[in-house]
Design a protein around this ligand. Structure first.
Ligand SMILES: CC(C)(COP(=O)(O)OP(=O)(O)OC[C@H]1O[C@@H](n2cnc3c(N)ncnc32)[C@H](O)[C@@H]1OP(=O)(O)O)[C@@H](O)C(=O)NCCC(=O)NCCS
Length: 173
């Protein structure tokens, strides 16, 4: 299978937004309200991704295969002031039909490389408590449970949990 992970460019914004919205709808069906998922607007996400990519402060990577751009991930400085963590995996989404082919693992590897380039040595990620399959993925990569906290998304009050790697070298690919 042809597969490439590379840094995202501004021209990828539309394709990233399409993956973003499609993956949210499949991943969070049943976890987030239907009307919230239906209201996600690909054009709005495209504008947001264009901004993010032009600011160049986050590291964003995309994965392509024969079907085109099928996944993306981003990371950068830890955002919430969590003690002991300076790097964060902000987002990782693989289209459902492209899951289980190694894109997720390769994207985490790319983000970890980006964090290293920024001089960061560890990584935290937040995930919805009930997103069991993503939690299994992080656990498989050696992520250690850090803590949980409430989060509001749309009108839904949920719980999210954090996994951490005290050293980027501890990520088990
Ligand atoms: C979670 C996600 C990023 C994993 O990416 P992926 O490309 O499907 O995973 P990979 O093919 O790289 O798998 C890497 C390893 O993790 C394991 N893994 C992946 N998903 C898993 C799951 N749901 N349960 C258990 N193990 C899993 C794989 O078995 C693989 O190990 P192996 O090669 O020894 O079998 C992807 O499935 C996804 O985008 N899910 C929906 C969106 C989401 O939940 N994102 C995270 C939000 S915080």
């Amino acid at each position: 299978m042809v597969s490439l992970v590379r840094p995202a460019e501004i021209d990828d914004a539309a394709a990233i937004a399409r993956v973003h919205v499609a993956a949210w709808r499949t991943t969070y069906r049943g976890l987030l309200p239907d009307d919230f998922l239906a209201s996600l607007d690909t054009l709005r996400y495209e504008e947001r991704w264009k901004r993010t990519l032009s600011e160049r402060s986050d590291r964003v990577y995309v994965a392509e295969d024969i079907d085109g751009l099928v996944a993306f991930a981003s990371g950068g400085h830890e955002r919430a002031g969590e003690t002991g963590y300076s790097g964060e995996l902000y987002a990782i989404y693989v289209l459902r039909e492209a899951q289980g082919r190694g894109h997720g693992r390769r994207l985490v590897q790319a983000v970890a490389g980006g964090l290293r380039e920024m001089g960061l040595t560890d990584m935290i990620v937040w995930v919805l408590r009930d997103n069991r399959s993503a939690r299994d993925f992080y656990e498989k990569l050696g992520g250690v449970f850090v803590r949980s906290q409430p989060i509001t998304i749309g009108s839904a009050l949920l719980q999210e949990v954090a996994y951490g790697w005290r050293s980027l070298d501890a990520i088990r690919y």
